[in-house]
Ligand binder design. Sequence first.
Ligand code: MSP
Length: 534
Amino acid sequence: MTSGRSFYITTPIYYPSDVPHIGHGYTTVAVDALARWHRQAGDDTWMLTGTDEHGQKMLRAAAANGATPQEWVDRLVAESWFPLLKTLDVANDDFIRTTQPRHEERVRQFVQAIHDRGYIYAGEFEALYCVGCEEFKTESEIVDGTGAFEGLKVCAIHSKPLELLQEKNYFFKLSEFTEPLLKLYAENPDFIRPESARNEVVSFVKQGLKDLSISRSTFDWGIKVPWDETHVIYVWVDALLNYATAVGFGSDPEEFARRWPAYHVVGKDILRFHAVIWPAMLMAAGVEVPRGVFAHGWLLVGGEKMSKSKLTGIAPTEITDVFGSDAYRFYFLSAIAFGQDGSFSWEDLSARYQAELANGFGNLASRTTAMIARYREGIVPPAGEETDGDRVIRETVANAVERADAAIERFRLDEAIAAIWTIVDALNLYITENEPWVLAKDEGLRSRLDTVLYTAAEGLRALAVLLSPIMPIATEKLWVGLGAAESLGRLQDQALRDAGRWGQLRPGTSVNALAPLFPRVEQPGDGQPGAAKA
Ligand code: MSP
């Protein structure tokens, strides 16, 4: 079943010089969950992620490690960035690297095109640059250094000294796009989400935009400016174009028409690049602007934005090795309101794993399949007459599907999961209230027990479908446990928006032994790897 609707979604492309940490993993799993949801709903979905490999930061890191920049990025991408996708069970459709010829050639073509359309000129430039951000800094983004950097001007984000750069540069006439951008934001209130992000960008652009330096001549690790090979293209211009070059911009018009425009999900730190510079670049080239930009918040550890340079970095494997990738995905996507900052702690992760996953969802699945095995020889019974209590479950499921899908339209993964969790809670309550173990003792209540077992199993069928974009591994185990794979086909082929249609799990289906969905883990403090960091 396909809706015919195109849904193209991207993560930022990551700087491979950093080792992946849970902040990168957060963006990636959010985009993956959104893509999986749309794919399973039948939308013509494409998910892109990748790496941002040019620029001064990379050049310096390579030199410090005695490698050429290409050798250096090849190694980092192979050793750290491809494995991250496996660690987190990400089903991306493509992975772009900005050093690939498919990208470099089209970037030159794009920059040449906006040059030919009169949006680029040569000028002199002098400003303070942060290599960590790969960005020139304005007054408000510069603070006085402390400690070893006392007396120096440092970047407010990286707390490292800025460099005074003075060179001849090519400039993009960004200032000409102040009005067109304000019009874009006014006409498309959803272009930037959430609202707080939108307000921030609108007030920034209202102050008027300055032209943007888009080339560098003091180093050569980048894509050469087509009309002046002594310059390389500014790394952000190069990087933003990945979203277009990956889907055939300039090389495959049919593919580009099918996919473009995209939705971009980014951390709020890089919102302006995506919501201001990027649409302006596209307008200058006469290409459609993105469908929208969603800015999520920061993961905070100990109250600070987590980052490798501030030594608060946590590798995703530290979490997945203990709790598994499903728990990683569930935890970050459910515990943090998507769009706001969220604090990470091992205690919170561990408590939610225990309460919501192991005791809530996992236990519901294991006791339901175990009761079908014990009381009905492993065969899902047919439901008898429906009571009010059974109807409540059926309605809760239908309602949850609608609410979750509406939340996903707003990119609110946390709200979607909360809506789906009403099914988990309702079913656990339903089992407690109906006491199937009591019904099982009375042959006269046989039909009632059938109904209760069917209702619980059918509710779990819906849960497996709805939660598969969030927790692909546990839901697959559940799907097999319910015996649904034989009668209904593959889990990822179940139409998501149809998940609330009651009665899909067929009576007569044989359930299978259920592999534990969320195995017991030692609590922090028990000497687990996580414990030391808590
Ligand atoms: N290479 C640029 C992006 C270019 S996109 C055309 C870049 N890369 S990055 O490696 O620094 O990663 C940026 C993204 O990682 C952020 O936008 C955000 O999505 C994610 N995060 C990095 N640290 C984070 C947190 N502490 N918390 C949440 N997300 C964070 O910028």
